[in-house]
Ligand binder design. Structure first.
Ligand SMILES: Cc1cc2nc3c(=O)[nH]c(=O)nc-3n(C[C@H](O)[C@H](O)[C@H](O)COP(=O)(O)OP(=O)(O)OC[C@H]3O[C@@H](n4cnc5c(N)ncnc54)[C@H](O)[C@@H]3O)c2cc1C
Length: 385
């Protein structure tokens, strides 16, 4: 066991750190206050820097590294804003990994390279109005008619909705109920019969496109089927990687809040001295640091143990659940360090607190993570029905 980053990893991390501070930090206010989306020019810079498809094979234009390097980048970028980390998330730990791990050669050639250039990003479309935590209740139906699938149904809260060019849609491919009837189909944005609902207005994560996907006799070429009926278990395996990405969004936000609180506590003067000299503030900072470090270790463990494969459900769920809840607490503590200024929109803390609140809901709630953890611990699957 070695807790040190390699020389290459340190240099890579520092490069991403500087990019986040110099190029992205000035954009964060506009993303949050105006709900502006990341522009193409900025996205193409990610590609130039090799930040898209970090963990995809070099043959398809990726970085050929492991998910761990992607996690390092997500952590650095989410420190500034989760919106800044989203392109790395989508192209390295998101649904594109389903194609990478389980797609055929032709699908990899079609979908991986444009993901690595930023030309075509892939979003994940699982949730439906009637199927959130109970995902296997999903009813979006894909029926094969000749050389096309005809898809009908609706997806909800899809990050990237209306903006991403590709959607990994979890669909029901037969009348078989539960997970056995579910597979994964790539739907292109311009597929006839696909439309998008209004932009979702969330409490935080402004600047992240999110909408419903509406399929009305939507025609999708049959060669876009990545996982046939019964492929749900594989979709979930790939999702174990995404879960670590979600956890890292929380980690990055919390780390950013801790760094801001450390700086502020040395500048703000009360009773004639910097507030970091008061023990109550020191204890807050120490509590924040312990929580951030613990989350970091849990995430690093899950991803390092995965190597070039997928993390275990247990380790990824422990990391996500802990990290999601940690970020809520740490951003709240940071607000306390900032006093009234933390509550003001002039400072970043209130945004961080709002942004932190999305991750314990997205990608499986913390309650569902606990169910995963208990199930893995006891070696049983508990039927929730
Ligand atoms: C910011 C954000 C981004 C998102 N991005 C995406 C995306 O890109 N793609 C996508 O497909 N979806 C996305 N989602 C949707 C997200 O995955 C769902 O909201 C989530 O899975 C919960 O589903 P639900 O909202 O229907 O809640 P419900 O399933 O209705 O749950 C409501 C409450 O009941 C609890 N609960 C439910 N069942 C149980 C049980 N068996 N035991 C204990 N507690 C239970 C839940 O934990 C929760 O607290 C996103 C959501 C958010 C907020």
């Amino acid at each position: 066991m070695d807790f040190q980053l390699s020389e290459e990893q340190r240099i890579f991390k520092k490069t991403v750190h500087d990019f986040a501070d110099q190029r992205l930090a000035p954009l964060v206010k506009a993303w949050d206050e105006q709900g502006a989306f990341m522009d193409r020019k900025t996205l193409s810079q990610y590609a130039e820097m090799g930040l898209l498809g970090i963990s995809l094979p070099e043959t398809y234009g990726g970085g050929g590294l492991s998910s761990f390097e992607a996690i390092l980048a997500i952590e650095e970028l989410a420190r500034v804003s989760p919106i800044a980390a989203a392109p790395v998330f989508e192209t390295s730990v998101g649904p594109i990994r389903v194609v990478h791990l389980f797609g055929n050669e032709e699908q990899k050639r079609r979908f991986l390279p444009p993901s690595c250039t930023g030309e075509k990003l892939m979003a994940v479309a699982m949730t439906e109005p009637g199927a959130g935590s109970a995902l296997t209740d999903l009813t979006t139906r894909a029926v094969l008619q000749g050389d096309h699938y005809v898809v009908n149904g609706q997806k909800r809260f899809i990050s990237g909705g209306g903006h991403s060019e590709l959607y990994m849609a979890y669909v029901r491919l037969s009348e078989v109920k539960g997970w056995k009837g579910i597979g994964g189909l790539v739907v292109e944005k311009d597929a006839p019969g696909l439309s998008f609902g209004k932009q979702e207005v969330f409490m935080g994560l402004h600047g992240m496109p999110s909408s419903d996907l509406i399929f009305e006799d939507c025609r999708v070429p049959r060669e876009n089927l990545v996982l046939p009926e019964g492929g749900f278990a594989k979709l979930m395996q790939a999702f174990d990687i995404e879960r670590c990405g979600n956890a890292t969004m929380s980690l990055g936000i919390a780390w950013g809040a801790l760094e801001a609180a450390k700086k502020y506590s040395q500048e703000r003067v009360a009773f004639g001295k910097p507030i970091c000299e008061f023990q109550a503030i020191q204890l807050l900072l120490a509590d924040m640091a312990m929580r951030v470090e613990a989350a970091r270790l849990l995430i690093y463990r899950a991803v390092t143990n995965a190597g070039l494969g997928v993390p275990s459900v247990y380790e990824s769920s422990v990391a996500k659940c802990f990290s999601n809840e940690m970020a809520k607490e740490v951003t709240d503590m940071a607000m306390q360090v900032f006093g009234g200024y933390g509550y003001s929109k002039e400072y970043p803390i209130e945004r961080m607190l709002r942004d932190s609140r999305g991750w314990p809901l997205a990608g499986g709630t913390v309650q569902m993570q606990r169910i995963n953890i208990a199930g893995a611990m006891l070696g049983r699957r508990f039927n929730q029905r």
